[in-house]
Design a protein around this ligand. Structure first.
Ligand SMILES: Nc1nc2c(ncn2[C@@H]2O[C@H](COP(=O)(O)OP(=O)(O)O)[C@@H](O)[C@H]2O)c(=O)[nH]1
Ligand SMILES: [Mg+2]
Length: 291
């Protein structure tokens, strides 16, 4: 038997669990997750190594209608990914089968092999699944429709088998010990960004970007990291720092704990908040911040 491989894009509306599913498949967190929509801003690659096969997953930002430059860049990155892959994994939320963004995604599928995964079945009563499956089977000729829970792992094995049967003979694209193509500093900036989403209410997370300025491994297994959080106004800076610095401390502490776990060493994390007026609307600033 020859080796099988392929590129798979995980696409769908915002907040359906795309990043959670990728992390579950890999058994490793490569893509940040939050209860807020539009957490993922870039394409994230996750590599799943099996016996005789390799699946290269690409987690994408949710596809949605948008006008702002940042969100245009996010949706653009999702749409570009669709063009490049062998198989599409289209994820929807069983609790929101009528999400208005769904038809927008379906229009972009074109003629690629496409598997529909109906996620969050841990939250949806079984009797609600059949009508959803029926409805979607009529909407598009999906190659397979699989109910899953990215949270509990229910159905994920079936889903992987469906994907596997659509891989083609080909080489492994990545070495066996590689699970993501992200740089360490990108991963660190994403973890900090996730903690902003989890700690700060309202709109602020959407107006913040994180860059890592320095990462240095010193003596005694101590990793020193300096990172900037860019926000758009002084009042946002105030919210992010919080009363007596409480907010930024809490973001820093939870980010540090997770970074320590991933890198297996002690971390000193220095977070700085910078005001960069309207960065999310300025194409040059977007580029500089990685979007
Ligand atoms: N109950 C339940 N929640 C889920 C499941 N998968 C993801 N979630 C939650 O849905 C939210 C959005 O997840 P995320 O992976 O960031 O979605 P994405 O925007 O599509 O990447 C998070 O709060 C997840 O914990 C699932 O299978 N069941
Ligand atoms: Mg995501």
């Amino acid at each position: 038997m020859s080796f099988l491989s392929g590129f798979i894009a995980i696409i769908g509306p915002p907040n359906v669990g795309k990043s959670t599913l990728l992390n579950h498949i890999l058994g490793l967190k490569v893509s940040i997750v939050s209860p807020k929509p539009q957490t993922t801003r870039n394409r994230i690659v996750g590599i799943y190594h099996g016996d005789g096969f390799q699946m290269v997953f690409m987690d994408t930002p949710g596809i949605h209608t948008t006008k702002t430059p940042l969100h245009k860049s996010m949706v653009g990155s999702a749409l570009a990914t669709i063009q490049e892959v062998d198989v599409l994994l289209f994820l929807i939320d069983a609790q929101k089968p009528d999400d208005p963004h769904i038809s927008q995604v379906i229009q972009k599928i074109e003629s690629k092999p496409c598997i529909l995964a109906i996620n969050k079945i841990d939250k949806a009563p079984r009797e609600e699944l059949l009508p959803i499956i029926d409805k979607y089977a009529q909407m598009h000729r999906f190659d397979a429709l699989v109910p899953v829970s990215a949270l509990t792992g229910d159905g994920v094995e079936d889903l992987l088998n469906e994907i596997k049967s659509r891989l083609r003979p080909g080489p492994p694209f990545f070495p066996e010990d590689m699970q993501t193509d992200q740089t360490e500093s990108f991963l660190v900036s994403e973890i900090i960004r996730e903690k902003i989403y989890l700690n700060v209410k309202q709109e602020l997370p959407y107006c913040s970007a994180v860059t890592v300025e320095e990462m240095e491994e010193g003596k005694k297994d101590l990793l020193t990291i300096t990172a900037n959080i860019h926000v758009e106004s002084d009042s946002q800076k105030g919210i992010l720092i919080g009363k007596g610095g409480r907010m930024i401390k809490s973001i820093g502490a939870s980010a540090r704990k997770e970074i320590e776990k991933i890198f297996g060493m002690q971390v000193y994390l220095d977070l700085r908040v910078r005001v960069e007026k309207n960065w999310s609307k300025d194409t040059r600033a977007l580029k500089r911040l990685g979007y």
